[in-house]
Design a protein around this ligand. Sequence first.
Ligand SMILES: N[C@@H](CCC(=O)N[C@@H](CS)C(=O)NCC(=O)O)C(=O)O
Length: 118
Amino acid sequence: MDTPLLWHIPHSHFNERVRWTLDYKRIPHRRQVLGADYLIRAWRATGRGTLPILFLDGRAIGDSTHIIAALEERYPEPPRCTARSHWKTISTSSWARRCARPSSRRSSGTIRTSRCAY
Ligand SMILES: N[C@@H](CCC(=O)N[C@@H](CS)C(=O)NCC(=O)O)C(=O)O
């Protein structure tokens, strides 16, 4: 199996949530920041002009939600989310750190998080 490769841009929450998932699951991978030619490269790889894109097991996967779902399937442990869902107010906990949006990663105290559907 090839080492997964992430094409990404640094300042983007779509890209950050994939980086966060890769880090959280401790998945060995490589990262490549794309330059100004990202659009054509992304289109060629996935048929859509957005980043992030993850190359996993010979597939180019676009869209952060699809990428995270594929990672969850390929690397189930540790699970990114539990079955707990729906709007809820929770205190910062291991569940919150796993499932809250990346922007809430460093939150402390009580946070409001959305349904944990990646
Ligand atoms: N639904 C996509 C959205 C990704 C997205 O919009 N990425 C932006 C960077 S933050 C992008 O590549 N935009 C390029 C463009 O729209 O031309 C995802 O979750 O990955």
